[in-house]
Design a protein around this ligand. Structure first.
Ligand code: NDP
Length: 502
């Protein structure tokens, strides 16, 4: 969706007095309508407008920065236990509002309600709860020395920016804000233009939980708003979830003032099924790793390597079970595969499917649009390609849709080499009953996260981040606190200044 100036038609809908609600920014503890470009937010499944959004302009950003400065000073002055108490309340409020927030997320993203009702809000609340518990445990070290007392302090960075993708909007806002706030920072969060709704509700939740105004703010906007935040001299850190090209742009913008960055970017991950794997488990994981959230998940195991002896049985069960998947209205609890985030993204996914056919891959399942009666959104059938070769476009490029490529392999060394032959390095998976082999392969795979006998499981205790061009730094786990703090060393002299000067 492209932006437009105030009052100008966007996405085929005239901006005016048509009763469409505004989806505001949240600045200084209040919902605020930005002064910048206006666009209309569509429901991806229905293709109908659900709200109008105004980007934060330079003046809004200035107001937010000033509010963040004040709020952060008050917030950082609290003890860790006090900050933790506020975060605990926020987690409880999120859980209490699970159903309403999940419904809002479905209207924004087009993902099935059966997923959003149990994953999106809950995983955000889990994360806030986890860092609430760690807020009082942020500590430094005392380092032994004969002539000095030396210790380190973990101090907040100050003003941090979070920029989100559209696939897990609320979860991403929680994953970025929870460690930032636990460590005493303020966060300015820019959601994707395609999914502006739930971050604003998170800001309301934080406020109700007792967070001082200005400590978590939401600035609606498109690329330029994100860029303005990444360039801003008062911002100390930027955490982005998005594509590799955007990651490179944000890093370049952040470099001007040497901001710290966390980059959670794209992938083309390998899921390796060895011949001794438990077949049904491996098929379940391959389906989840490709069709959950209609395939719009960064870590998806889209290159499924299956050892040749198991391949015929694997494909037979995969085809049988994929045929049972229910594509439909995301608001229907029976639906398992929802709508693509936008018509443009759906066309991109369908184009890559056509390319796969042209390049000689064999379609086992799916391969086109699904008409869902009464809904104008773009729905893509869960698609499985076999007879894939490593050099095919669909095997090399991130598709971000329900499209699985199955590739045959013969031995372990070969599959590791092929799995690692990519510039991405987000995730990987291995299915085997041989535990030594599982660990050996996990060690050899060039990826930030490796699962053995499961896929796409991201408990908050586990650091999450990509290798190579898939990312820098981590979210979740204790390590994320390192990315939101600055280590200060303090040296107290216990002796005398050793001075050779007269
Ligand atoms: P984009 O890279 O298009 O956008 C990500 C965010 O960056 C959006 O909020 C976007 O704004 C903003 N943005 C765009 N241009 C700039 C800029 N120049 N400066 C600052 N901000 C900018 O990604 P998508 O939203 O399309 O998300 C899909 C991508 O995200 C996939 O590649 C996927 O793999 C990756 N992803 C990675 C995850 C991970 O944890 N590793 C998790 C989820 C997704 P706007 O959209 O409003 O224009």
């Amino acid at each position: 969706m492209s932006g437009a100036l105030n009052g100008v038609a966007v996405g085929g809908v005239a901006s005016g007095d048509d009763g469409l609600p505004w989806i505001d920014s949240h600045i200084g503890g209040q919902r605020v309508r930005g002064g910048g470009a206006v666009w209309v937010k569509q429901d991806p499944a229905r293709g109908t407008p659900i709200g109008r959004v105004a980007a934060a302009d330079a003046a809004d950003i200035g107001t937010a920065i000033a509010a963040a400065r004040d709020g952060q000073a008050r917030w950082a002055a609290l003890s860790g236990a006090e900050r933790g108490r506020v975060l605990q309340r926020a987690a409880a409020l999120l859980r209490a509002r699970n159903d309403a927030l999940a419904a809002l997320e479905v209207a924004d993203t087009g993902k099935p309600i059966q997923e959003a009702a149990v994953v999106d809000v809950a995983s955000g609340a889990d994360c806030i709860e986890y860092y609430a518990g760690l807020a009082a445990q942020l500590n430094g070290q005392q380092l032994p020395h004969p002539n000095a007392l030396i210790y380190t302090r973990r101090e907040p960075l100050g003003l941090c920016v979070g920029i989100g993708a559209w696939n897990y909007p609320l979860q991403i806002a929680c994953w970025k804000s929870a460690p930032a706030l636990a460590a005493g920072n303020a966060m300015l969060f820019k959601p994707s233009e395609l999914t502006p709704s739930t971050a604003v509700e998170l800001a309301e939740v934080y406020l109700e939980a007792g967070l001082p105004p200005g400590v978590f703010q939401v600035l609606q906007g498109q690329g330029p708003t994100g860029e303005a935040l990444a360039l801003h001299p008062e911002v100390a850190k930027v955490s982005l979830t998005g594509s590799v090209p955007t990651g490179k742009k944000v890093m370049a913008a952040a470099a001007g003032t040497l901001k710290r960055v966390t980059m959670e970017l794209g992938g083309k991950s390998a899921l390796i099924v060895c011949e001794d794997a438990e077949l049904e488990e491996a098929v379940s994981a391959a389906m989840l790793a490709n069709f959950y959230t209609q395939g719009e998940i960064c870590t998806n195991g889209t290159r499924v390597f299956v050892q040749r002896a198991l391949l015929p049985r694997f494909l037979a069960r995969l085809a049988e079970r994929t045929a049972l998947l229910r594509v439909g209205d995301p608001a229907d609890p029976a639906t398992e595969v929802g709508a693509m985030i936008s018509a443009a993204h759906g066309e991109k996914v369908l184009g890559l499917i056509r390319r796969g056919v042209e390049e000689g891959a064999t379609l086992l399942c799916g391969g086109g649009r699904v008409d869902v009666p009464g809904l104008a959104g773009c729905f893509v059938a869960p698609t499985v390609f076999t007879d894939c070769r490593d050099e095919m476009t669909l095997v090399r490029e991130e598709i971000f849709g329900p499209v699985m490529s199955v590739l045959a392999f013969d031995d372990e060394a070969e599959v590791i080499r092929r799995a690692n032959a990519t510039r991405f390095g987000l995730a990987a998976g291995v299915f085997t009953r041989d535990i030594a082999r599982g660990h050996r392969m996990a060690a050899a795979l060039a990826a930030g996260v490796c699962w053995i006998n499961n896929y796409n499981i991201t408990p908050v205790e586990m650091p999450f981040g990509g290798a190579r061009e898939s990312g820098i730094g981590h979210e979740n786990g204790q390590v994320a606190l390192d990315h939101y703090t600055q280590l200060k060393s303090v040296y107290l002299e216990l002796g005398r200044v050793a001075c050779s000067y007269r």
